[in-house]
Design a protein around this ligand. Structure first.
Ligand SMILES: Nc1ncnc2c1ncn2[C@@H]1O[C@H](COP(=O)(O)OP(=O)(O)OP(=O)(O)O)[C@@H](O)[C@H]1O
Length: 266
């Protein structure tokens, strides 16, 4: 049971359940099968990286996993809570950074965090404290009174991440969290995520940056054509080479070699 004053602080967790369990998730857009019937389990305490080429189905899968997109088939459970049947409970446990997050553009960064904190039932003092801390670690203090419509792409990503962290979730699902984030902010963000996992949290992130996934994640899954083609501990998936080598081999890509676009070379 969660007492009223503690809501938004930490929901109780079914410690025997996976942090995230996807069973048979499937989504079809018209003729295009975006996700074919995805099974994936994220263990508690893991730092999980989801990689795959453009159009592999990562965003579609993550959107269904967190309850933002209704699947045609399959289920998603967050610490045992079904994201559709027990949406309220799942939401307390989840922090989400979706792709292309829609923002209330005319709120300032500070207003957004304050209002979301209150919506998530943090008391006034806690909401204010966390807003200050998040603006500080995201290096957004100077922009705290700037409307979000005037934020850069990287600043939008960082305020989005701050909203994902605000209610102290147990599982973070982050779609391309480092995209457009400058190196200084990225270092701060990596530190936050590592501390989150060290403290018992779980992270699932997608990224196109293989070096970053290798640096942060202990477990990875490679998606291609709407399904997982390899998953497991990082060292097993990448083998003796780099994750990039394994990725290219797994998804059947060809690096541009030899004579390509000859008209570019005069
Ligand atoms: N709303 C939609 N309507 C129609 N097709 C869609 C929609 N969303 C995704 N798709 C299609 O589903 C497939 C998977 O797209 P998705 O965005 O999930 O891939 P992704 O792995 O996240 O790609 P990227 O790495 O480029 O972001 C693509 O072929 C895409 O065109």
């Amino acid at each position: 049971m969660t007492r009223r004053g503690e809501r938004g602080r930490s929901a109780e967790v079914d410690s025997s359940a996976p942090a995230l369990r996807l069973d048979g998730l499937r989504k079809v857009f018209g003729e295009r099968i975006a996700v074919t019937g995805l099974d994936l389990t994220i263990e508690p305490g893991s730092f999980f990286g989801l990689v795959g080429p453009n159009g592999a189905g990562k965003t579609t899968a993550l959107s269904m996993a967190v309850g933002l997109l209704r699947p045609d088939a399959g289920t998603s459970h967050v610490f045992g809570a079904d994201v559709w049947q027990q949406a309220g409970r799942a939401r307390e446990l989840l922090g989400v950074l979706p792709d292309g997050l829609a923002m209330p553009e005319h709120l300032t960064g500070r207003e957004l965090l304050t209002y979301l904190g209150r919506l998530r039932r943090l008391d006034r003092t806690t909401a204010a404290l966390r807003t200050d801390e998040l603006l500080d670690v995201m290096d957004l203090m100077d922009a705290q009174r700037t409307p979000i419509v005037d934020y850069s792409t990287g600043m939008r990503k960082k305020i989005g991440l701050a909203t994902a962290l605000l209610h102290a979730p147990k599982l973070l699902v982050l779609d391309e969290p480092f995209e457009a984030v400058d190196p200084v902010s990225a270092a701060g963000l990596k530190h936050i995520l590592r501390r989150f996992v060290a403290g018992g949290g779980s992270v699932l992130l997608s990224s196109h940056v293989m070096a970053l996934v290798e640096e942060l994640c202990d477990t990875v899954a490679v998606m291609a054509g709407g399904d997982v083609v390899a998953a497991g501990p990082l060292h097993l998936v990448k083998g003796h080479g780099t994750l990039e080598d394994a990725f290219v081999e797994l998804v059947g890509g060809t690096r541009a070699e030899g004579e390509v676009l000859p008209w570019l070379v005069s």
